[in-house]
Design a binder for this molecule. Structure first.
Ligand code: SF4
Length: 351
């Protein structure tokens, strides 16, 4: 056991129930092994309500820390071991631009409801909450999109055009039902020339990590492993998803690996998503199932959280009041009520 691991274990023991370390599945094993709670975005948001610890250390990217701080109690503090861990996709939907677009669209005589993937900034969630919209995750995108389509004339899904389109397809929407918005730095670009009367309007963002995976890799995998099963995350391009045997959230991919390892020993499963998760599943099911990544896809932002930074955060927490102080996630007060509303709407609709 390394000195870092020993030091983290000692602080965990010292703080006991005052500390809870939460980690997203895309984290490296060296970090995940210290987490008390692991999960995808939806699981972590749900489990937070059961956490009573004073100090919550969240191993993930910034928007996850923001959501955790938003849902945490008044006596709890949330800490990010790597506050600079951005998410490219979250930064693709600027709140000011989204507000301009929503103002324009709602001024055209139809009610347009925003539905934002949880991978967004607090400021964006606040805009969504103000316009009566909600947040969704990849695990409940179908339920939430169905809800949003019933609530309004049309839905603005943001920021992930791929997740929006893949989810729309599952609900039976076709190419004439959706439109990927063309935007400039302020809002819509030449709105008169765009088919804005569609039911599903998609923000032109995507996850650059999942977008690295290409349909050609599915074809190559089938040629190399003719009997394999291929599943992927719906942040991947719809053309790739169409070639797969199944698609779903991180928790779906984890369940698929466990199911195949259990029901079809000796089979090969190829997974298109962030590679830290795929590697963990490959090790976990190595005795019964051959699990491989569809292609290289490591998230550099998630990788900013390291075991060393986790230890630094814990040391700073234990030294509070002394020479070192840990800085909890601070949220702009005025953004909290509307942003919380957008998250709570999701938790209400999904139970
Ligand atoms: S994998 Fe994609 S969506 Fe997830 S944190 Fe990284 S850049 Fe953001």
């Amino acid at each position: 056991m390394s000195d870092i691991t020993k030091a983290i274990n000692a602080i965990k023991e010292q703080l006991g129930s005052q500390l809870c370390i939460m980690g997203h599945h895309y984290q490296h094993d060296s970090v995940i092994r210290h987490c008390d709670i692991t999960g995808d975005s939806l699981e972590l948001a749900r489990k937070l309500s059961d956490v009573s610890a004073r100090h919550i250390v969240f191993c993930g990217v910034f928007f996850m820390g923001e959501s955790a701080a938003l849902l945490a109690g008044p006596d709890q503090n949330v800490y990010l071991p790597a506050p600079d861990a951005d998410c490219m996709m979250a930064l693709m939907a600027l709140p000011r631009m989204v507000r301009n677009v929503l103002e324009y669209l709602n001024g055209q005589g139809r009610r347009i409801l925003p539905l934002a993937y949880v991978n967004t900034t607090l400021a964006l969630k606040a805009v969504v909450g103000e316009y009566g919209g909600a947040v969704c995750t990849s695990a409940n995108a179908e339920t939430m999109l169905r809800w949003a389509l019933q609530e309004a004339d049309a839905v603005l899904f943001l920021p992930d055009k791929h997740l929006g389109r893949n989810t729309g397809k599952k609900l039976g929407l076709g190419p004439n039902d959706w439109h990927i918005l063309r935007c400039n730095g302020h809002g819509l670009k030449e709105p008169e020339s765009q088919p804005l009367d569609r039911r599903l309007l998609l923000w032109p963002g995507c996850c650059a990590i999942h977008a690295r995976l290409k349909p050609g890799q599915v074809q190559t995998a089938r040629e190399t492993y003719p009997d394999c099963r291929i599943v992927a995350h719906p942040e991947c391009n719809p053309a790739l998803i169409d070639l797969c045997d199944g698609a779903g959230s991180t928790s779906y991919l984890i369940r698929e690996a466990a199911r195949l390892a259990d029901e079809v020993p000796g089979s090969t499963l190829i997974i298109g998503t962030e590679n830290n998760l795929v590697q963990r599943l490959a090790v976990q099911h190595a005795a019964t199932c051959h699990i491989l990544p569809l292609g290289q896809a490591y998230c550099p932002h998630m990788a900013k959280v390291t075991e060393t930074k986790l230890l630094d955060t814990l040391l700073a927490i234990t030294a509070q009041g002394a020479e070192r102080q840990a800085k909890p996630v601070q949220l702009k007060t005025e953004l909290c009520p509307p942003a919380r509303l957008s998250l709570l709407r999701m938790l209400e609709v999904c139970g």
